[in-house]
Design a protein around this ligand. Structure first.
Ligand SMILES: [Zn+2]
Length: 342
């Protein structure tokens, strides 16, 4: 048994294993989303609590430490994980007291009550006399006040405590947090590796799906409905966006139904924008190869300055896509400005 979960994680496994025995106080592992990075690092973090690990650090799976980890009750590990990342992994998440009971969005950022809850944990001695572990994900999505409190703990690290942070985008991690950590970069799988793996899982049409998932094999399985558009909405969007500057305002208003989330729509639009930008400079489209001809035609006819203005507004909307704005209004505004700018 090894720690790696996927064939492309050999190097990461080696890098993490090298830290065993002389753990730094902070470790920050970063690499592209959709490659199984967090789950692998989680396995490493939990393996530190095994009482009888194999010489290479692989946990035994049967000692008290391993059993407590499996039961989710080990007293020496804390998961500081956003609600969105907790959900698919059955990591417990407690919403803040101020959260509305009928809220429709999930928290995609780490919140202040989560880092505050660490205070007691950090002050206590390790229960089992070994190391204490704080696992943080996504380290590139921590609300400002939560980041400040986490930074304070990182600056004055309690004894025998290791902070293990995982980030999708290293550039979005606060420099002050980065500088307190040992950085480990996890690389993306090669296209061949990713394809071979998907095919071994019996994924049909793997080549095309991998391209749509931006080359990240696990993103192919991203079935989270909050980030997925229905086929019907996709078709409507393709029809609308394919018209470029000729798209009519009343069509924009008909595209979006009430169940479309801002996250799903802005993810889709940012991929379309990326493909348009690629086509504009003569590069092959990446996300929507089946619409390549249409994308090329729209890009060629588009006003370059207007196109980049629109791309920026999509990017801005993605940044706020976790806030409970009126999704429909924002998406409609993006679609209307598309035709206007192009
Ligand atoms: Zn064990």
């Amino acid at each position: 048994m090894t720690l790696k979960l996927y064939p492309w994680q050999d190097e990461l496994e080696k890098a993490l294993s090298n830290l065993r025995g002389r753990l730094p106080n902070g470790i920050l592992v970063y690499g592209p989303r959709g490659t199984g990075l967090f789950d692998m690092v989680r396995g490493f973090a939990e393996s530190l609590l095994c009482e009888h690990p194999a010489p290479d650090g692989t946990p035994c799976g049967s000692c008290k430490g391993c059993r407590l980890v499996k039961a989710g009750t080990h007293p020496d590990i804390r998961y500081v994980v956003s609600e969105a990342e907790s959900l698919p992994r059955s990591i417990p998440f407690t919403p803040p007291e101020t959260a509305a009971s009928d809220r429709k969005t999930v928290y995609r950022e780490i919140l202040i009550h989560q880092t505050r809850a660490l205070a007691d944990f950090l002050n206590l001695k390790s229960n089992e006399g070994r190391v204490k572990v704080v696992l943080v994900y996504p380290a590139d999505r921590i609300r400002a006040e939560a980041a400040a409190s986490l930074l304070k703990s990182l600056e004055e690290p309690p004894e025998d405590t290791v902070f293990i942070l995982v980030a999708d985008e290293i550039d979005r991690v606060l420099a002050t947090i980065r500088s307190r950590c040992r950085l480990i970069r996890a690389s993306a799988p090669s296209r061949e590796e990713a394809l071979a793996w998907l095919q071994s899982k019996g994924v049909e049409n793997a080549e095309h799906k991998l391209t749509e998932a931006g080359g990240m094999p696990l993103a192919v399985f991203d079935e989270d409905p909050r980030f997925k558009l229905t086929d019907e909405v996709r078709e409507k969007l393709f029809a609308y966006l394919g018209k470029g500057a000729a798209a009519q305002p009343q069509e924009a208003l008909a595209v979006v139904d009430k169940d479309v989330t801002l996250s799903a729509a802005t993810l889709f639009l940012s991929r379309w924008a990326w493909d348009l930008a690629s086509a504009k400079v003569g590069c092959p489209v990446q996300y929507f190869p089946e619409q390549a001809a249409q994308i090329k035609a729209v890009a060629q006819a588009a006003d370059a300055a207007g196109l980049y203005t629109w791309i920026n507004s999509v990017r801005d909307a993605r940044r706020v896509s976790e806030h409970p704005l009126n999704a429909r209004t924002v998406i409609e505004a993006l679609l209307l400005s598309y035709a206007r700018n192009l």
